[in-house]
Design a protein around this ligand. Structure first.
Ligand SMILES: Nc1ncnc2c1ncn2[C@@H]1O[C@H](COP(=O)(O)OP(=O)(O)OP(=O)(O)O)[C@@H](O)[C@H]1O
Ligand SMILES: [Mg+2]
Length: 235
């Protein structure tokens, strides 16, 4: 396996309009299709964040799970279909059916690794997760990526998002970030029930991996092994 890549819902969808794909949707997936030897995780974007917010899924809900899960599954089907149209053996994997949460989060990852070994490209997504005492909560793509990397150990982890990297207080991309203390929160466009950029950094540090955060203009270079965007040093 060459890499684990999160493609943000912020680049695949128009986060201002519910259930709308972005103008770049096809181009992004065409770029990914040129490097199919990895695991793809996509975010919920304008498919999943609005129903999750309406139902308070982030803090726990049972009635919101099906509406949210079916919305993110619809986006997942569109991503898988687009990759397949570009000759990739993309296979959907729904975290709702492969994970649970008590004081920790547990996810089956073996089948994901096996799919990749067999020449397929697993495509996971932000989803709901059954959670002790709460019904269901949100499992973000930002958390799924480090869980897979912990098993796969590719050393090539990327988060493609709507910002060109982690920005400092002047709006400049920082080359490296080693701790959350160095992070300056900026405004997030659209809804993000899982905590936006801060959540990405928290999960990278929590799981102790290194990862790059970059914008869609750097996606091709990332897939070709170049050093793009911001290196988050969580190891
Ligand atoms: N210091 C910062 N540097 C870069 N982006 C930041 C910063 N602070 C906040 N952000 C915001 O984080 C957002 C990206 O996170 P967001 O969760 O919206 O996207 P995503 O995770 O790619 O999408 P999804 O959650 O749908 O997968 C951008 O809109 C950006 O403005
Ligand atoms: Mg997000």
């Amino acid at each position: 396996m060459e890499y684990v890549l999160k493609i943000g819902g912020s680049v695949l969808t128009d986060k201002e309009t519910e259930r709308k794909l972005s103008e770049d949707f096809s181009d992004i997936l065409e770029t990914v299709a040129e490097h199919p030897q990895g695991v793809i995780v996509h975010g919920a974007g304008s498919f999943g964040h609005p129903p999750a917010e309406r139902h308070g899924l982030a803090s726990g809900s049972r009635e919101g799970i099906m509406e949210t899960h079916s919305a993110v599954s619809d986006l997942n089907s569109l991503v898988v279909e687009e990759l397949r149209e570009n000759s990739v053996d993309a296979i959907p994997v729904h975290p709702l059916s492969a994970s649970y949460r008590d004081s920790d989060t547990h996810m089956m990852t073996e089948q994901v690794l096996w799919m990749e070994r067999e020449g397929c490209t697993p495509v996971l997504h932000g989803d709901g997760v059954v959670t002790e005492g709460k019904g269901f909560t949100v499992i973000s793509g930002d958390e799924i990526v480090p869980m897979i990397e912990k098993e796969a150990g590719t050393g090539e982890v990327g988060f493609c998002t709507s910002a060109p990297g982690v920005l400092d207080e002047d709006g400049e991309v920082v080359d490296e970030i080693d701790s959350l203390d160095e992070f300056h929160e900026r405004d997030t466009e659209g809804i993000d029930v899982s905590g936006g950029m801060r959540n990405k950094l928290e999960k990278i540090f929590e799981y102790g991996i290194d990862a790059r955060i970059f914008g869609k203009e750097d996606l091709k270079d990332f897939l070709e092994g170049e050093e793009v965007g911001t290196l988050v040093r969580g190891r």
